[in-house]
Design a protein around this ligand. Structure first.
Ligand code: PMP
Length: 407
């Protein structure tokens, strides 16, 4: 189907909402995206017609629910082009996916004196779990800096990778700068040094390329709620050879094979990493969200979002005293800025009175804020349904705030 923005907007019922009497301008997609009617319907339909616990039932509903859940795994597999469906582990979120790898990989492969590398532009959820793992294992935690434009210092990374490095974790797209990191190149550099790589795709999987085999990622994590699916469902992709080699993260039902008083053996992939009753409906909703995106040519989505992004940068640059953060040539979806003399929180709150939903603060990237020398920014983040008219509404609202505050 060709990309028709009016049709797309009509697919997301919440976009009709009025906030403070003004039409909602939803520019907080980096935090979470809105859901198309098809996803909302799929969740209602599941609870209306198919609800049951999965994998162990003998009855009809359990079989229906199991099939829907497992078909969803195949939809995710196809979307990220994983070689096998059992390389797709369902988790709660990106956060849980990263914690799983940090815990299990750390336990299996990281010993005192080893090194782990992340970047200075990571979300806390791809930073703190590695720091914690390094503390547990006695390993050295190393951080790749970025330059003034917001590009990673690959020259420094090249010098950091060495025979003690066990794993490198980085985001494909930064949630506070919008930089698209050259993931393929970085992964190649790491692999040449014999280092495994985890890609945090929370801000990329919905906007740019997302082929795990083309990237050659060892691990790849994202959240359903940022790709127009429900909250509470995340994905961890891992290459089979790695997932086979890692010990389980949590113990409980489903992840076992044989349990005795003296020893437990574990289930095959992906169930080894899915202890307990899972979020059954989450993957089903996520699969419908992916099907929603799949109806378009992905390049058209990208083109539309880039068009709105560049228009947004142009319009923001007109505003006196405004600084944009994140000026990489390779960028997507994020407009982060401050205006001299106006606190980001005040600006965000006053924009809300005009129906404009943006995020303010450190965006769970305190090391990025430290590098920029600010305590926070305003962040407008784009999704498939945003328009240039909404950018105009935000700009007009910013001018009103300036006037109100005498700036
Ligand atoms: N990584 C990045 C780059 C993110 O933007 C986010 C969410 N803002 C996360 C990880 C964490 O996602 P979640 O809270 O869904 O686990």
């Amino acid at each position: 189907m060709t990309f028709n923005i009016d049709k797309v907007r009509s697919d997301f019922p919440i976009l009709q909402t009025k906030i403070n009497g003004k039409p909602l301008v939803y520019l907080d997609n980096g935090a979470t995206t809105q859901k198309p009617q098809s996803v909302i319907d799929a969740i209602t339909d599941y609870y209306t017609h198919s609800n049951a616990n999965i994998h162990r039932g003998t009855h009809h509903l359990s079989n229906v629910a199991t099939e829907a859940h497992e078909n969803a795994r195949k939809t995710v597999q196809a979307y990220i082009n994983a070689a096998h469906d059992h390389e797709v582990i369902f988790t709660r979120s990106t956060t849980e996916s990263v914690n799983l790898v940090a815990f299990s990989f750390g336990q299996a492969f990281v010993k005192p004196g080893d090194e782990v590398i992340v970047t200075a532009m990571e979300h806390h959820s791809n930073f703190v779990p590695w720091q914690m793992m390094c503390e547990r294992q006695g390993a050295k935690f190393r951080v790749v800096p970025f330059d003034e434009k917001g590009d990673l210092r690959l020259d420094i990374l090249a010098n950091m990778l060495n025979e003690k490095t066990r794993i490198l974790a980085f985001n494909h797209v930064s949630n506070s700068l919008g930089t698209i990191n050259p993931a393929k190149q970085i992964i190649q550099m790491a692999h040449e040094a014999g280092v495994a790589v985890l890609v945090d795709a929370a801000q990329s999987v919905q906007h740019i390329e997302h082929d795990v085999q083309a990237l050659d990622a060892d691990f790849y994590a994202f959240s359903g709620h940022k790709i127009y699916g429900p909250t509470g469902i995340g994905v961890l992709y891992g290459k089979e050879k790695w997932l086979d080699a890692l010990p389980p993260y949590q113990g409980g039902g489903e992840m076992i094979d044989i349990v005795t008083e003296t020893h437990t053996t574990y289930n095959k992939l992906p169930f080894k990493f899915e202890a307990g009753t899972p979020n059954v409906v989450g993957p089903i909703g996520l699969a419908v969200a992916i099907e929603y995106l799949n109806q378009f040519d992905f390049d058209e989505i990208r083109e539309h979002e880039d068009d709105v992004l560049e228009y947004g940068r142009e319009r923001l640059n007109e505003i006196p005293g405004l600084t944009i953060y994140g000026n990489s040539e390779h960028r997507t979806s994020i407009l982060a800025f401050n205006i001299t003399g106006i606190h980001h929180y005040d600006l965000g709150t006053l924009l809300d009175t005009q129906g404009i939903a943006v995020r303010t603060g450190h965006h769970c990237t305190q090391p990025v804020m430290a590098a920029l020398g600010v305590d926070g920014t305003v962040r407008a983040s784009l999704g498939i349904y945003n328009t240039k008219a909404e950018i105009d509404a935000m700009i007009e609202a910013i001018y009103k705030v300036r006037k109100m505050l005498g700036r």
